[in-house]
Design a protein around this ligand. Structure first.
Ligand SMILES: Cc1cc2nc3c(=O)[nH]c(=O)nc-3n(C[C@H](O)[C@H](O)[C@H](O)COP(=O)(O)OP(=O)(O)OC[C@H]3O[C@@H](n4cnc5c(N)ncnc54)[C@H](O)[C@@H]3O)c2cc1C
Ligand code: FES
Length: 301
């Protein structure tokens, strides 16, 4: 795996009018490395200079294998790591359907059509604080890049990584090798804290006197729980949602998420692909404990 993050772009303050933070480019990106962790999880390293140079933590790419028309729609994947010198970026992929299966089994040298970097990134904490990064399942992916950037900026992030069982914590060794302070949780108790990762987070917060900021990516119910914890304790929290996405560019409206900013009278649907996927947790309207319409959807082309 490309491991340590290479030269990174500067992490700028949020621009109120900028929705997409850098111009995405659409290229055939060659697969240069694959690291498989069992059958289900794969780290794929692609060549794409623009994504490698311009990505910020929390941004994503839209990928589809080759130029095949059998699977016309691209799929979104968080950027997990970049290496600006090698002009490569990595994604961490869980195989769940046809498109992820095809991407995960590209041969070295084969290409994926790749559009990116896309979306609104995580923003750096507004005041000095201990960043707690909470990842559930494949939601851990963008937190690796976020953690690397925070460390470069002299923060000492702590990573909370949860799954149903030990097999879901496929990147735990990578996180250990990178030297992150790590709290693991599994619902069946096969590794680390027994229970939900948000319960482990609460336990930590009960004994922590430092100012903290929360950054989370994972299943909708986990994000909703993080939002509730943040609201109860008055903590700033940013969450990355993962609804179904068709275009990644704000045109299909497949990815809308109900949101409401403090100054808005009523909720508004916002496109997660252009105005997210990262939102302040207090802005998301957590109906039915989720901001991930995708979880109920049928398989799509
Ligand atoms: C911004 C963003 C970042 C993402 N980052 C990653 C990542 O880093 N690694 C990764 O493995 N996946 C990531 N995903 C999810 C990934 O895009 C889907 O798993 C993929 O689209 C599935 O495509 P498929 O054709 O293989 O499966 P499909 O046939 O489309 O779906 C198979 C099953 O997976 C479920 N599914 C599809 N999309 C999602 C989703 N977004 N969330 C939860 N369940 C879903 C479907 O409901 C269905 O049950 C991300 C999604 C978004 C929106
Ligand atoms: S994915 Fe098409 S509008 Fe967001």
């Amino acid at each position: 795996m490309t491991g340590v993050v290479g030269r990174l772009v500067e992490w700028t303050a949020p621009c109120p009018t900028a929705i997409i933070q850098s111009m995405p480019s659409d290229l055939d990106a060659a697969l240069v490395e694959r690291h498989s962790i069992g059958d289900a999880f794969h780290v794929l390293v692609f060549e794409h200079g623009d994504v490698a140079r311009n990505s910020r933590p929390g941004q994503f790419v839209m990928l589809k294998p080759g130029r095949s028309t059998a699977l016309p729609l691209r799929r979104p994947f968080s950027i997990m790591d970049v290496d600006a010198e090698r002009e490569t970026f990595s994604v961490f992929m869980k195989v769940v359907g046809a498109q992820t299966q095809a991407l995960a089994h590209l041969r070295i040298g084969q290409t994926a059509r790749c559009l990116g970097p896309l979306g609104r990134s995580f923003q750096s904490p507004q005041s000095p604080s201990l960043p707690l990064l909470i990842g559930g399942g494949f939601g851990i992916a963008p937190l690796l890049l976020l953690g690397a950037v925070l460390r470069r900026d002299a923060y000492e992030p702590r990573v909370f990584y949860g799954g149903r069982t030990i097999a879901d914590l496929a990147l735990r060794r990578t996180l250990e090798d990178l030297g992150f302070s790590l709290v693991l949780a599994t619902e069946d108790g096969s590794l680390g804290f027994k229970g939900l990762i948000t319960a482990a987070l609460e336990e930590h917060l009960d004994s922590c006197t430092l100012p903290t900021s929360l950054f989370a990516c994972g299943p909708g119910p986990m994000l909703a729980a993080v939002a509730r914890i943040a609201a109860r304790r008055g903590l700033p929290a940013q969450v990355s949602v993962d609804p179904w996405m068709g275009c990644g560019m704000g045109t299909c409206l497949g990815c809308v998420v109900p949101t409401r900013k403090a100054n808005e009278e009523r909720p508004r649907y916002r496109c997660a692909c252009t105005e997210g996927p990262v939102f302040e947790s207090s802005e998301v309207v957590w109906t039915d404990d989720r901001a991930s319409p995708s979880r109920a959807r049928e398989t799509t082309p």
